[in-house]
Every structure is written in structure tokens, then in C-alpha cells.
Design a binder for this molecule. Structure first.
Ligand code: NAD
Ligand code: UDP
Length: 313
């Protein structure tokens, strides 16, 4: 069944893959983006598609369109970008959520929020389950993103309780793949680009902190399953790959796959950098029948091939 779908942040890394998938599934897609971290390049191959429309729009302003589904992804996601203009980051999460929830209420659309594992902050519980309330610094450098996303979750659940809005909330753990921004400072893109250029690989701290990395195709599958899950299931639901790696292990893996002569160098750990991160995905498995299929090595190969092509071009 063809649906009219709005993807905010649709010209970004995850959003552009989601637009690809929705069009392939036969939907009519409106992509709204202010191109802060996203780019027209990410969706250039879709511009001639008869059911794709690209709109320059900032979600901190209201949007009046007729749609049946809304995926709310608009928000810079990398620490470098979300800390560049922290006030705007909070506005994007909070005002953006209010505007998109208002739109969903008016047109009776189902709305999905791209939340984040950052709502758990630097967690004392490991792995993280959805019941855990998190440990977030409310006044630190990461707070504009973490607290903005937490407040967006609050708004989603209040609209659900107060206005019976049909909501879905997914908490995304670190996701990587082709179309990541080469300069956004995230660890996977940094390490790959550094290795391809033969530059030093920058490890923050001693590299013993952990993250769990999900390949983009697995994440998009979960988005689609969550959006079409029964109305009673709102989430929040963790989406990520439970495979957990230290940053040191990741650097060594990237180096082994890329080859070259880059050296590992150690740099200061950014403030409030979480020590460890691993999703418990039992709920996603039970409710969505979902689990990731792509292992880190296969996903890294695809991502390395993408950055190699991009750098050559
Ligand atoms: P991204 O930076 O590539 O995409 C974000 C998109 O939102 C960009 O296209 C950007 O231009 C757009 N945007 C930013 N502010 C906007 C505004 N005010 N109005 C309209 N558009 C705006 O990042 P991504 O990795 O694709 O992340 C997409 C979403 O998923 C974000 O909400 C992010 O918080 C969430 N998320 C991503 C990850 C991950 O590991 N990739 C993890 C957790 C959560
Ligand atoms: N990191 C690193 N070197 C880099 C970039 C990041 O060691 O060049 C570390 C960073 O300190 C963090 C982890 O990698 O511990 C993941 O960082 P990223 O910014 O990708 O995501 P987040 O911290 O938001 O999970």
C-alpha cells in the first residue's frame, strides 16, 4: 500500500538510506532537511524519481503538509556538529518535536522519533535495557543533544497520553555505513578516513571505552518494522548491534582492513565521554522479530569502499 511519508533529516546519513528504502517499498516520500549536516548529494540519485520530493525546511519552524507517516530524524548526530551550535541543537530536538507532533496530530499521522542511546548517558547498567532511566549530565557539553533527545521523548509520550497520538520511539545505538559525513568526527568515519589518507589514527583517552556498532542496512530494516508494528507498541525500543568493541580494537580492525602505515596516537578524552555502550535488544527481538545481520567486519568493508570512492572523487 502506497503511503505519503515525511522524512525529516532525509538528506542526512540515515535519512537518505531511509528514503531509498521507502521508495523501493513503493511509498511517496517527502524529504525535509535544512542541509546543516546533510547534503543534496546524498539524495541526488532520487531527484528524478516520480514519488520523491525534496524540501528545504528547518523543523524548528512549523510545516503544513498532508502525510500519513512521519519519520522524525532531523538533528545533527555527531558530537562535533551538535556542539557547534548547542542552542540550535536543543531547539531542533525540542521545537522540532513539537512541530512534527503538532503536524501528526492535525493530519492524524503515525510518527516515529529517532531517539538515541545517549538518553542513557554514561550508564551504570550494562548492557542498557529500555527500563533504565540513564545517567546524563544536564549541564555538560553533550547535554544539548542528550537532554534535547530526552525532552523529545517526553513530548512524544505526553502527546500520546494527552492526545492519543500514534507514536513510535526507537533508541538508536552507534550506526555507521556509506554516506556518513567524512568530517563529522564520529569514530568510524574518522578512523577510516585517517587510515585511507595514511594519517595518524586518533584514539581519545586510552581507547578502552566501548561502543556497539550497527550497520545502516540493519537499522533501516528496524525503522520500517517499527513504523508498521501494531498500534499498541510505542517503544521506546533499543536498536543496535550488541557486538561491543573497545576503540582500540576498532582502530586495529580498521587498520587491518585498510592496510597502510597509519600509527595509533592518543588524544585527550572529551568531557562526559561514556565509558561503555551496549544495547540489550531483547525487546526488539520479541516485538519486531528483528536482530542485526551484518557483522562489524562486513559492514566496515562496505564503508571503507564508500570512503575510498569518495576520497578518489
Ligand atoms: P546526520 O547528521 O547525517 O543527519 C541529520 C540530518 O538532519 C541532516 O541531514 C541535517 O541536515 C538535518 N537537520 C539538522 N537540523 C535540522 C533542522 N533544524 N531542520 C531540518 N533538518 C535538520 O545524522 P544521522 O546519523 O543520519 O542521524 C539521523 C538521526 O538519527 C538523528 O536524529 C540522530 O540523533 C539519530 N541517531 C543517529 C545515530 C547514529 O549513530 N547515526 C545514533 C543515535 C541517534
Ligand atoms: N573517538 C576516538 N577517536 C576519534 C573519534 C572518536 O577515540 O577520532 C571515540 C570517542 O571518544 C568515543 C567513541 O570513539 O569514546 C565514539 O565516538 P563517536 O563520536 O563516534 O560517538 P559517541 O561518543 O556519540 O557514541
Amino acid at each position: 500500500m502506497m503511503r505519503k511519508v515525511l522524512v525529516t533529516g532525509g538528506a542526512g546519513f540515515l535519512g537518505s538510506h531511509l528514503c531509498d528504502r521507502l521508495l523501493a517499498d513503493g511509498h511517496d516520500v517527502l524529504c525535509a532537511d535544512n542541509f546543516f549536516t546533510g547534503s543534496k548529494r546524498n539524495v541526488a540519485h532520487l531527484l528524478d524519481h516520480p514519488y520523491f520530493e525534496l524540501l528545504r525546511h528547518d523543523v524548528t519552524f512549523p510545516l503544513y503538509v498532508e502525510v500519513e507517516r512521519i519519520f522524525n530524524l532531523a538533528c545533527p548526530a555527531s558530537p562535533v556538529h551538535y556542539q557547534h551550535d548547542p542552542v540550535q541543537t536543543t531547539k531542533t530536538s525540542v521545537h522540532g518535536a513539537i512541530n512534527m507532533l503538532g503536524l501528526a496530530k492535525r493530519v492524524k499521522a503515525r510518527i516515529l522519533q529517532a531517539s538515541t542511546s545517549e538518553v542513557y548517558g554514561d550508564p551504570e547498567v550494562h548492557p542498557q535495557r529500555e527500563e533504565y532511566w540513564g545517567r546524563v549530565n544536564p549541564i555538560g557539553f553533550r547535554s544539548c543533544y542528550d537532554e534535547g533527545k530526552r525532552c523529545a521523548e517526553t513530548l512524544f509520550f505526553d502527546y500520546h497520553r494527552q492526545h492519543e497520538l500514534d507514536i513510535k520511539v526507537v533508541r538508536i545505538f552507534n550506526t555507521y555505513g556509506p554516506r556518513m559525513h567524512p568530517n563529522d568526527g564520529r569514530v568510524v568515519s574518522n578512523f577510516i578516513v585517517q587510515a585511507l589518507k595514511g594519517e595518524d589514527i586518533t584514539i581519545y583517552g586510552d581507547g578502552s571505552q566501548t561502543r556497539s556498532f550497527c550497520y545502516v542496512d540493519d537499522l533501516i530494516e528496524a525503522f520500517v518494522l517499527m513504523m508498521e508494528s501494531p498500534r499498541g507498541f510505542t517503544g521506546p525500543v533499543n536498536i543496535g548491534n550488541p557486538g561491543e568493541f573497545t576503540m582500540l580494537a576498532l582502530a586495529e580492525k580498521v587498520l587491518a582492513l585498510v592496510g597502510g602505515r597509519s600509527k595509533l596516537v592518543f588524544r585527550p578524552l572529551p568531557a562526559d565521554d561514556p565509558r561503555q555502550r551496549q544495547p540489550d535488544i531483547a525487546l526488539a527481538q520479541e516485538k519486531l522479530g528483528w536482530r542485526p545481520k551484518v557483522g562489524l567486519e562486513d559492514g566496515l568493508r562496505e564503508t571503507i569502499a564508500y570512503f575510498r570512492r569518495t576520497l578518489e572523487a
